[in-house]
Every structure is written in structure tokens, then in C-alpha cells.
Design a protein around this ligand. Structure first.
Ligand code: NDP
Length: 302
């Protein structure tokens, strides 16, 4: 189906995120067909001009570009297995959160049925979609990315990370891993301050500027890691960074030390292995995958 404003799009899944994606496209003037397992969720979008398909068969046949924003990997198969054979020649952009291996499995499954596949990882909340704060990572078919880029750019800043379909998911989950670990650290700090009666709100007001300033250290650690020399002068040594006192203080205050104890465990391991004089970035060596086993991904990244 053609439309004055560009590519017609089918959006499968009208949860909080799928609805935001469809709304943004409607507002930009695209022809939008929507489908949701629970049909009532399509009512608002129909009122805004979307075509609500009564079956998923009709939905995937309606437009050349199919966007899936369902719950998880299993739900993509559950919804699309019955109709994938009839989708030959169409393009599927899957914005459902999956693991990298699940994304690669979906790419192979789509290819077996003659469907071009682009995986996407949304770095935004639904209200951010269509604003300059939103970012979406993509990997998979470069042809699909190039062809539908004007649609993708309606939602967010689009970044293409390569043909390996799992990479968008990998980089998304890598950033979320950093974020959740940082938030757990904040909550642990709030619990420590809270043991003396400070409100979490007051602690957040003190912690936010401090932690924001500390993120400048990411680039310094990254340079050490990429340089491969953890003895570079100017770093704080692991022996100096030993956090045993922090774990003890937490326990003395009756606060569960789990987040900081996990960091201390990594430090202790590196010190026990003889790296106590090296910098904090050395912890990376306890965490990283064996690069010799990851050549497929490393090559894609070059
Ligand atoms: P919601 O829980 O709001 O919606 C889930 C959607 O998946 C609903 O449309 C639901 O249909 C559908 N669904 C679930 N299981 C099935 C199934 N077996 N078959 C068909 N449809 C199914 O989630 P969101 O919209 O918030 O998230 C959607 C995706 O976007 C997720 O993968 C999420 O990780 C990702 N995402 C979400 C973000 C957010 O902030 N919300 C941020 C970044 C990524 P029904 O209405 O019938 O239940």
C-alpha cells in the first residue's frame, strides 16, 4: 500500500511501546495497520486513523513493512509462526526485546521463509518515542535498514550496528547491565545513608552530581582496557581500592552488602592472582568473554 507520506507500516503488538510506535507513525502521516492479540487495545489507534486488522493474517498482508513489538522471543514465534509462510518478500523489523542468540534465531527463521529481517533494540521509554532523547539500535539486513530508514527515524535516532542480527540486542543489554548495576549501587548507598535516618530523596540529591561526575572515569578505564596494559601509571591500584572496609561498614550498619560485596569479590580475585599493583580496570579481565571464541562477533565489529 502506498501513501503520500511514505511507507505503509503494520505494527504488531499494541502494548505501551507498540502503541507509541504506531501513534508516532500516524502523526507523521504514514498509513498504519495495527494488530493486537487482545483486539480492544486497538481502539484508540483506530480512532486516530489506524486500520485495525481483525486477524494477524490480514495485518501482515496489509503493508510491505511489518514491525513487531511483542513481549519476548517466544511471543514473536507464537504470533508469527502461523503466518510467516505467507510473508515471503516482506520486511520484518522486530523491536521486541530478545537476547542476541534469540535475535539470530529469528533472523534465520525469517530467512528460511524469504522474509528480510532487521532486529531493533529500543533505548527509550514509550513517552520518549518520537523525541530527540530516543535511540534505537539496529542490526541485521542492511538493505532493510537503508530502505525503511525514513520510517525508523520517525521514532528515534537510528544506529545501525552491522549485519549480525544479535548485535543490537547485545549492545542494548550491555548498556542496561551497566545501568542496573549502577542503580543497585545507588540503592545500596541509599540504604546505608538510610540506616542513619537520611531519606532516599536527600541521598539522591547528594549522589546524583557525584555519580554523574564519576562517569568521566568510564573513558579512562576504557583507554586502559583497550591499551591492554593495566600497569599504566596514574591509576589507583587494586590494593588501594580494596573495598573490604566498605563491606564491613555496610554490615555494621545492618545493610545487606550484596552489590558492593560483588565488586569486592572481583577485586580480591585479581589481588589473589597477583595483580594488586594494577589499576581498577583490571576487573574487566575477570568479566570478559574469551575473545578467541568470539571471532564472529569481533569481525563484525571491525
Ligand atoms: P506491554 O506488556 O505493554 O505489551 C506487550 C505486548 O505483547 C502486548 O501487545 C501483548 O498483547 C503482546 N503479547 C504478549 N504475549 C503475546 C503473545 N504470546 N502473542 C501475541 N502478542 C503477545 O510491553 P511493552 O509494549 O512495554 O514492550 C514491548 C516490547 O518493547 C518488549 O519486548 C519490551 O522489552 C520492549 N521495550 C519496552 C520498553 C518500555 O519502556 N516499555 C523499553 C524498551 C523496550 P496483549 O495486549 O494481548 O497482552
Amino acid at each position: 500500500m502506498t501513501h503520500p507520506e511514505g511507507t505503509g507500516v503494520t505494527v504488531l503488538g499494541l502494548g505501551a511501546m507498540g502503541s507509541a510506535l504506531a501513534t508516532t507513525l500516524l502523526d507523521a502521516g504514514h498509513a498504519v495497520t495495527v494488530w493486537n492479540r487482545t483486539p480492544s487495545r486497538a481502539a484508540d489507534l483506530s480512532a486516530r486513523g489506524a486500520e485495525a486488522a481483525s486477524t494477524i493474517d490480514a495485518a501482515v498482508a496489509a503493508q510491505p513493512l511489518i514491525v513487531a513489538c511483542l513481549l519476548d522471543h517466544a511471543s514473536v514465534h507464537e504470533a508469527l509462526d502461523p503466518v510467516i509462510a505467507g510473508m515471503r518478500g516482506s520486511a520484518l523489523v522486530n523491536l521486541t526485546t530478545t537476547t542476541p542468540n534469540e535475535a539470530r534465531e529469528l533472523a534465520s527463521w525469517a530467512a528460511e521463509h524469504g522474509v528480510s529481517y532487521l532486529d531493533g533494540a529500543i533505548m527509550a521509554t514509550p513517552p520518549m518515542i518520537g523525541t530527540s532523547e530516543a535511540s534505537i539500535l539496529y542490526s541485521g539486513s542492511p538493505e532493510v535498514f537503508d530502505a525503511v530508514r525514513p520510517v525508523l527515524d520517525r521514532w528515534a535516532t537510528s544506529t545501525y550496528d552491522g549485519e549480525n542480527s544479535g548485535l543490537a540486542s547485545l549492545f542494548d543489554l550491555a548498556m542496561l547491565s551497566g545501568m542496573y548495576t549502577m542503580f543497585a549501587g545507588f540503592l545500596h548507598g541509599a540504604a546505608m545513608a538510610g540506616s542513619a535516618g537520611m531519606s532516599a530523596t536527600d541521598f539522591a540529591a547528594r549522589a546524583t552530581p557525584f555519580l554523574s561526575a564519576m562517569t568521566a572515569g568510564f573513558a579512562l578505564d576504557a583507554a586502559v582496557i583497550d591499551g591492554g596494559d593495566y600497569t599504566v601509571p596514574g591509576q589507583q591500584s587494586l590494593e588501594f581500592s580494596d573495598l573490604g572496609h566498605l563491606v564491613r561498614a555496610s554490615e555494621e550498619q545492618g545493610v545487606h552488602p550484596a552489590p558492593i560485596a560483588a565488586v569486592q569479590e572481583l577485586i580480591s580475585k585479581q589481588i589473589a592472582d597477583g595483580h594488586g599493583a594494577e589499576g581498577f580496570a583490571r576487573l574487566y579481565e575477570s568479566l570478559r568473554a574469551d575473545r578467541t571464541e568470539r571471532t564472529d562477533q569481533v569481525e563484525t565489529l571491525r
